[in-house]
Ligand binder design. Sequence first.
Ligand code: E4P
Length: 215
Amino acid sequence: MKFFIDSANIDHIKEAASYGLLDGVTTNPSLVSKEGKNFRQLLDEIVKIVDGPISAEVVSTDYNGILKEAYELAKIHDNIVVKVPLIKEGIKAVKTLADEDIKTNVTLCFSPSQALLAAKAGASYISPFVGRLDDISHNGMELAKQIIQIYRNYNFKTQVLVASIRHPLHLVEAAMMGADVATMPFDVIEKLFKHPLTDIGLEKFLSDWHKSNQK
Ligand code: E4P
């Protein structure tokens, strides 16, 4: 399973990359705007930190505008994956980009039928937003499960990238169902390491060791 960080914060990306387990990065316009930096400069920095897929989102909503932005973004680095919203014009653009071997991540997916459209268009990744569905009392992970099943039925090559992850249990469920990728905010990545019994156990081991006057 691949681990991506869902962030545009350079310090967080560097720290997560330092653990040696990070396979890629996803950004979105909201995450980028929080950093108060130029998008292009941010991407130039990120591609130097992580050698893996880096999703960069377009903000146009018409076919020609999406394609224009996609070509600009794809030129930045081979690892850039163009993130496109799951709207009609977006799916049309994904089909064109797939025919030209430009990688895409179809974002804002909230239903299995939408995911089917993205796969048929040749998207490299589909991003079901599980947390945002949970927020409105729908079962986000159930959507991820349905997409995985549908893609398996037809051997679609589109990778399922579970997004909008809010806590470690989302990651565990995604792993149990065989999702290809999970993209997590920095605070969730940090939580993956934590268990109170690990802290208690380590403290005891160390205090016993020191009591025994080992050299
Ligand atoms: C995915 O690529 C999105 O950037 C992200 O996971 C959205 O998460 P949020 O619902 O926490 O904003």
